[in-house]
Design a protein around this ligand. Structure first.
Ligand SMILES: *Cc1c(COP(=O)(O)O)cnc(C)c1O
Length: 373
């Protein structure tokens, strides 16, 4: 088989999604499956839908279009605020977009009117992560603007946590977010249908015992795909952490003196360690590099150590084990490694247990989706 390649077990992704939707449902929380780490891979999207997510979300319009072209008809939201140049495609391919800027909102409204559509807006609120979002004191003005703009409907509010800060939200943060949803409803009139409380970083809170308040949705990527809590870096109970694997080919295998200090950056290593100069080690050079993945985010076969990577080579210390040229090595991936491998054009993607795209729709509008590329 072609290397380098990512092998994807879609059944495990479905099971992860099913497990999370099953646990969050009784807490009154629906799940939107976030496909950005897989660049809108249609098979992965369908696996999430089979596992019970109510819709999909991506941060890039190209990925949304990829899913639409594959026949995916479910609601898709754009979770990064649209660029000016994306507005027309966002109106065409997305049901909903997350926004925080007045000019973009007006632009979306004008384009939606031209197309004879109503586009749904979710307002992102700044809750302390300091990435994107409207300051809470400015929320009601922007919400009123959305309500007053023909072509737009205010669908709800959203919070982001742990995007820049890596700080998980507390019950207090979440209660504050619920109060903001109430306030928008009180002052701007329409029912706030969606209060999307955050991402995989919210799971510790959402699966805990604190009241969920107004929060009725989470947008989950990493937890479904990798089974990992992004804040703690720990596996989430009951989820598969090996739905994805990267395979690369050994192009050189030699016994070499190891005068080089081992790097501490691979997640399989707790601490850096040094190997004495006289020590001969087996080193395998793999035909995969920084262009293809985040090599420091690879999980190596046990007993092997990460020795370094350049743009096209990754060197693995295989200890006492000699591997042969032409053989394949299998790696697990963290989120950074996954996102880069999935977007690298030289990395083949191979799926296992794929289901056909159902082309079912919860959307009753006419479907103009297959218009381009
Ligand atoms: C990436 C992203 C998510 C999903 O984050 P995960 O940590 O992968 O669950 C949710 N919301 C927004 C706005 C995002 O950009």
């Amino acid at each position: 088989m072609i290397t380098p390649r990512v092998e994807i077990d879609l059944e495990k992704i479905t099971q992860n999604a099913r497990c999370l939707t099953g646990r969050l449902g009784p807490r009154g929380i629906s799940v939107t499956g976030v496909t950005k780490a897989v660049c809108g891979h249609p098979g992965v999207a369908e696996a999430m839908l089979t596992g019970g997510v109510v819709g999909l979300a991506d941060s890039r319009i190209r990925s949304v279009m990829r899913m639409r072209q594959a026949g995916i008809r479910c609601p898709i939201s754009m979770i990064r605020a649209p660029m000016v140049q994306e507005v027309a495609d966002v109106i065409r391919y997305c049901d909903t977009s997350h926004n925080s800027e007045k000019s973009t909102i007006l632009n979306l409204g004008a384009t939606a009117r031209q197309e004879g559509k109503t586009h749904q807006v979710i307002l992102t609120v700044e809750m302390g992560d300091m990435r994107d979002g409207i300051l809470p004191e400015d929320l009601n003005d922007l919400a009123s603007l959305v309500v007053a703009t023909p072509g737009l409907a205010l669908k709800g509010v959203a919070a982001n946590f742990a995007c820049l800060s890596n700080v998980a939200p507390t019950a207090k943060d979440m209660a504050k977010f619920s109060r903001l949803a109430d306030k928008v409803e009180g002052e701007c009139g329409p029912y706030v249908a969606v209060a999307s409380g955050g991402s995989s970083a919210n799971l510790a809170w959402a699966l805990g015992k604190e009241p969920t308040g107004r929060v009725n949705n989470l947008r989950l990527g990493e937890a479904i795909l990798l089974g990992i809590d992004p804040v703690s870096g720990q596996p989430i109970d009951g989820l598969h952490t090996d739905a994805f694997a990267l395979f690369a080919e050994v192009i050189e295998a030699n016994l070499k003196p190891s005068s080089m200090p081992m790097r501490p950056s691979a997640p399989t290593f707790g601490k850096p360690f040094l190997i004495s100069n006289g020590d001969q080690r087996h080193r395998a050079v793999l035909a995969v590099g920084r262009q293809d993945t985040d090599a420091t985010g690879l999980f190596l076969p046990s007993g092997f150590g990460f020795a370094g990577a350049s743009s096209d080579h990754t060197v693995v210390d295989t200890g006492k084990t000699s591997v042969s040229v032409g053989s394949e090595m299998k790696f697990g991936m963290n989120y950074a490694a996954l996102i880069r491998a999935m977007s690298a054009s030289d990395v083949e993607k191979v799926v296992h247990h794929g289901l056909p795209i159902k082309r079912t729709s919860t959307d009753t509008r006419p479907q103009p989706f297959l218009r381009l590329i």
